[in-house]
Design a protein around this ligand. Structure first.
Ligand SMILES: O=C(CO)[C@H](O)[C@H](O)COP(=O)(O)O
Length: 213
């Protein structure tokens, strides 16, 4: 089980400075969608140059032109690129094909997919690397989370690794860990804290403990 830090509300120097604090405790650093919108794929490139040992995820939330966008993100240094599960199978197939050429991986984000069970089965058959349940900021504000959806994909996904994102905090991490996702994605639960290092360290400890039990 790996820990991914999501950077959403920072510019590139601020993002690099946050990662410096927590790099020993995370496996993947996400360049969040707002950062890509503000800074472009330069953010992926500069993060990978600053932390060559970390996997950089480009949260492009691709909806079309899967092959082209995965090519650009992979060339910038992304080890994982996100595609939306709500899009057409042809976009996901194009993304998977292109990722294979670069040795990068595809994470399909199931945000706002209505029938998670059915779509997860379909997406799993397309050869993607991760399937991620995700409650976005707007639904988090309405008190929702993806813990039940995580249990659903754990049941039906046979090939891909599973991931979960959306409002995960230190206080809720144990519930998430119980469902045994392969990747836990945390943004504000770390970046919003004064002592980011202590929170990331404790999260990594809980994850390692769960994996060894
Ligand atoms: O993709 C995202 C928003 O669309 C975020 O990166 C993801 O939800 C993780 O951040 P947080 O833990 O703050 O919810």
């Amino acid at each position: 089980m790996k820990l991914q830090l999501a950077l959403d509300l920072v510019n590139i120097p601020e993002g690099i400075s946050v990662v410096r604090e927590v790099e020993a405790f995370i496996d993947v650093v996400e360049i969040g969608t707002p950062v890509v919108i503000n800074e472009g794929l330069r953010a992926v490139k500069e993060m990978k140059e600053a932390f060559p040992n970390l996997t950089v995820l480009a949260d492009l939330k691709i909806m079309d032109a899967g092959g082209y966008e995965v090519m650009k993100a992979s060339e910038a240094g992304a080890g994982i690129v996100t595609v939306l599960g709500a899009t057409d199978d042809s976009t996901i197939k194009g993304a998977v094909e292109e990722a294979k050429k670069h040795g990068s991986e595809i994470l399909v984000d199931m945000i706002n997919v209505k029938d998670i069970e059915q779509r997860a089965k379909e997406v799993d058959a397309l050869g993607v690397d991760y399937i991620c349940v995700h409650t976005g900021y707007d639904l988090q504000a309405a008190g929702e989370n993806s813990f039940e959806q995580l249990r659903t994909i754990k049941r039906v996904v046979k090939n891909a690794k599973t991931a979960v994102a959306g409002g995960i905090k230190l206080e809720t991490l144990s519930e998430v860990i119980q469902a045994q996702p392969d990747l836990v994605i945390v943004g504000g639960g770390i970046t919003g804290k004064d002592d980011k290092k202590a929170v990331a360290q404790e999260m990594q400890r809980l994850i390692k403990e769960a994996v060894t039990v």
